[in-house]
Design a protein around this ligand. Structure first.
Ligand SMILES: [Cu+2]
Length: 258
């Protein structure tokens, strides 16, 4: 199957891709900025350590000790090479912890999406529509079961724009610019629900409920995969999400349930 580049933004893997996918949440924007910051610091460390090694090997050997004898037991140098790595670590730790704790932050969500991992597909339930108080009414629950869409099941005339091993028979609809709470669990083995564009990777553990908060800043089609080795078909349980404007989502829910 041919993969055409149909999106302006990178929300699905591209051929020979080197960078991360484009962010759709503030978390992912933060992760990308942190990644760039890390790369910058790492480059300086690699160049500095490489230069030190080269200078040491070429300037100080057993036949050339004149220079090294001049700073035998240098206190100043020891202070510098102990404090510099410590300061570098502090410089990395502070944005890292800020990001980590910002991911745990839960602001009043309007919709909770229950994500359940199965061997080997994902199922979704959305039931608490904030203004409609339908929690207890099982008829008023959106339920999806999303299986992999195989190449054979896509009609030959119409295969352009479909991503191999990333499409599901049903796409989960989510609203943009809305605080969403994702509740992730599993009914059999460990799975992991991961969407690179969201900066989300939550483990789905049987008997446990993991929670993550997302706020999607833009509309689009987003793809992800199970990211925990969960059995023979681990590679064949993709996630396909369609993010639409919240008003469109509202009309969809009303037309489906009311
Ligand atoms: Cu899995």
């Amino acid at each position: 199957m041919r993969i055409e580049k149909i999106f302006f933004l990178c929300d699905a893997p591209e051929f020979a891709q080197l960078r991360l996918q484009d962010p759709s949440t503030t978390t992912m924007e933060g992760l990308i900025a942190f990644n760039k910051h890390l790369l910058f610091v790492m480059t300086i460390i690699v160049v500095l350590v490489g230069w030190l090694l080269f200078a040491t090997i070429s300037n100080y050997d057993e036949f050339n000790t004149q220079k090294s004898q001049s700073f035998f037991h240098s206190n100043a140098l020891e202070i510098v090479w102990t404090s510099l790595p410590a300061l570098t670590l502090l410089n990395l730790a502070s944005p890292s912890f800020t990001l980590l704790y910002s991911m745990d932050e839960i602001s009043t969500p309007e919709i909770s999406v229950k994500i359940i991992g199965h061997q080997w597909y994902w199922s979704y339930e959305i039931s608490d529509f904030d203004t409609m108080a339908t929690c207890m009414d099982s008829d008023k629950t959106l339920k999806y079961t999303c299986y992999l869409l195989t190449e054979e099941s896509i009609s030959q005339k119409n295969y352009l724009g479909f991503f191999r091993l990333l499409e599901t028979n049903k796409r989960v609809l989510l609203p943009s610019n809305t605080h969403l709470r994702l509740l992730v669990t599993s009914v059999d083995v460990l799975h992991s629900w991961a969407i690179p564009s969201f900066g989300v990777k939550v483990d789905a553990c049987p008997g446990r409920l993991n929670q993550v908060n997302v706020f999607l800043k833009r509309i689009g089609m987003f793809f992800g995969q199970c990211s925990e080795i969960c059995g023979v078909n681990h590679g064949f349980m993709p996630i396909a999400l369609l993010v639409v404007p919240s008003i469109q989502y509202h009309y969809f829910v009303v037309s489906k349930l009311f």
